[in-house]
Design a protein around this ligand. Structure first.
Ligand code: NAD
Length: 328
């Protein structure tokens, strides 16, 4: 049984705590959060202890491995502290707010042989993972175009956007990783940012974006993002190859359809936002983390995958601000 500590007790911590509690090879030992009410509520709901200090959690002998769910600016220092303590760590995305911090982290990690997994949960979504394994088996032939649609149901509060690092680091980061999952390393980035939502006009951030990435072979990934979507959490993937097209559509709670005088083939709304839509993915992600620990191997996606996704986010920001094609 692997004893887990969770750092940060907010939205994403809830889903990780549920996955840990439901897992046959893991138990939630300790939760840390500087806000005692958050730490104690999550700990109590899962039969765990709590502390206000991430350092105390990392040093706790009853913690074998750590899941970092704190705000992004704390990720690098907490990954390093886990590595120094010799504890495997699953770190939420993004790895950091900027590349300088990642460079420093990688320097600091040298010689520590750390076990670090990045929380790019979409790789583990059953539909996306099936497309990936079909593509690997050659079902699509040579991949020419990947199309990723990712729209949130509603924009977050303006205060959230101010500290989010911007749409590319906060939201598109998942899609950059998905693009790399299928196409490998990316050579060029072109991004168009949109400012269409009057409520977000003063944030200085984009509320929508279309990004096209190209790899060395000329295959492309096109990502379409929006902070809002009238039809709900819109998550679709298409991989187009010279032998087949592979599609993953939105998921609904049931397959029931209604047809009447005003609508035909009406269906349930899409699963509501990331906690519900990707619940299975978070659970398979945890499986990969725990299996890697048990088998003494490095888990995937790695810290290098975290670095490359962040690099793409910075390139997209530059492209959208300057109107240029950014070559990596
Ligand atoms: N993989 C995904 O689908 C996904 C989804 C949402 C968020 N995230 C990522 O997870 C991280 C947390 O996001 P969230 O939405 O859960 O945020 P949140 O604001 O809901 O929760 C963050 C929690 O961390 C606590 N905290 C603040 N400083 C801390 C510190 N130094 N150490 C420990 N805890 C601290 C806060 O009190 C809060 O309870 C972010 O990096 C975000 O990008 C990933």
């Amino acid at each position: 049984m692997i004893k887990i500590g969770i750092i940060g007790a907010g939205r994403i911590a809830q889903v990780h705590a549920r996955s840990v509690s439901a897992h046959s090879n893991a138990t939630l030992s300790v939760v840390s959060d500087p806000v005692e009410q958050a730490a104690s509520a999550l700990a109590r709901a899962n039969g765990a202890r709590w502390t206000l200090s991430a350092d105390d959690l990392i040093a706790d002998p009853e913690v074998d491995a750590v899941i970092i769910c704190s705000p992004t600016p704390f990720h690098a220092e907490q990954v390093l502290a886990c590595a120094k303590a010799g504890k495997p760590v699953l770190c939420e995305k993004p790895i950091a707010m900027d590349m300088d911090t990642v460079d420093q982290l990688e320097k600091d990690l040298e010689g520590l042989n750390p076990t670090v997994m990045m929380g790019f949960n979409r790789r583990f979504d059953p539909s996306f993972a099936k497309i990936h394994s079909l593509a690997n088996e050659g079902a699509a032939g040579k991949i020419e175009q990947v199309t990723i649609i990712s729209r949130d149901p509603a924009a977050p509060p303006v205060e959230y956007i101010a500290t989010s690092g911007g749409i590319f680091k906060d939201m598109t980061i998942h899609d950059f990783d998905t693009a790399r999952f299928f196409l490998g390393d990316i050579k060029t980035v072109v991004a168009i940012g949109q400012n269409l939502d009057p409520a977000l006009k003063d944030t200085g951030d984009f509320d929508g974006a279309v990004i096209t990435l190209t790899n060395a072979e000329g295959a492309t990934a096109t990502i379409t993002n929006s902070r809002h979507c009238a039809s709900g959490y819109d998550q679709r993937l298409e991989v187009f190859g010279d032998r087949a097209t592979l599609n993953a559509d939105n998921i609904r709670p049931t397959t029931v359809r209604i047809s009447n005088g005003t609508v035909t083939d009406g269906q349930d709304p899409y699963l509501d936002f990331f906690l519900a839509r990707y619940e299975a993915a978070y659970s398979v992600e945890l499986d990969e983390f725990l299996s890697a620990i048990d088998e003494g191997r490095k888990p995937s996606p790695s810290i290098e995958d975290g670095r490359k996704a962040l690099e793409l986010a910075e390139a997209a920001e530059k492209s959208a601000r300057t109107g240029s094609i950014v070559t990596l």
